[in-house]
Design a protein around this ligand. Structure first.
Ligand code: SAH
Length: 215
């Protein structure tokens, strides 16, 4: 009981200092991050340490993003409660959990089986029933459920944004993806679709593990 209260206090501090303190204003994102037990999403770490201000390893060379980056990318997506959103790179499942508080349905694809299985167990345990997980190559999207109001890619594309993903974006939809040739040269790119017109703009410099991308 005591540990539960301690972790809730640590979460509130994380949100106040790392998220709100750096300019994230969307109250729904702030409240959800106060709520979600981030420590359950990060394996093999002391619970308190999972609320630190940086990315952490989750195994198989992959990482859970820094809380601020998760919040920032979510704010860029501008999701509405009625939206259906696709994520590429489930990883720990934390980003999908955050989205599950903000929109109607979340679809998330992961290419590494052990991460997919682990995320599925956590979603079941927490009863985040609007999160749908699939094992496979996210670059193919999720055609049966397309189009999506928002698509978020949480691994970095080398150069090209997979066209299949852009095609699965609904009218007025947004796609957020890190793009860059190396770990030290990546930028978030935000695509917006209006009718058949796609516009792209560059945003924050970031560091993400590479997207496994067939050419
Ligand atoms: N969103 C995650 C962090 C993702 S780390 C979180 O909140 O924890 C990036 C993840 O993308 C890794 O788990 C990696 O295995 C996965 N990935 C890389 N290429 C992929 C692809 N083509 N399709 C689906 N997942 C992929």
């Amino acid at each position: 009981m005591r540990q539960k209260a301690d972790l809730a206090a640590i979460r509130r501090r994380m949100v106040a200092e790392q998220i709100q303190g750096r300019g994230i204003k969307d109250l729904r994102i702030l409240r959800a991050m106060e709520e979600i037990p981030r420590h359950l999403f990060v394996p093999l770490t002391k619970p308190r340490a999972t609320y630190c201000d940086g990315p952490l390893p989750i195994g198989q060379g992959q990482t859970i993003s820094q809380p601020y980056i998760t919040a920032y990318m979510t704010e860029l997506l501008q999701v509405k409660p009625s939206d259906r959103v696709l994520e590429i790179g489930t990883g720990s499942g934390y980003q999908a959990a955050l989205l599950s508080f903000l929109c109607a349905e979340v679809y998330s694809i992961e290419i590494i089986a052990s991460h997919h299985v682990r995320a599925r167990k956590i979603m079941e345990r927490l009863q985040y029933t609007n999160v749908h997980l699939r094992l496979g190559d996210g670059c193919e999207g999720w055609p049966e459920e397309a189009p999506f109001d928002g698509i978020i890619v949480t691994a970095a594309a080398k150069g090209q944004t997979p066209t299949t993903l852009l095609e699965q974006l609904s009218d007025d939809g947004r796609l957020v993806i890190p793009i860059g040739q190396s770990l030290y040269d990546q930028q978030l790119v935000v695509y917006t679709r209006q009718k058949d017109q796609l516009t792209a703009r560059e945003d924050l410099a970031v560091r993400f593990v590479p997207l496994v991308q067939g050419d």
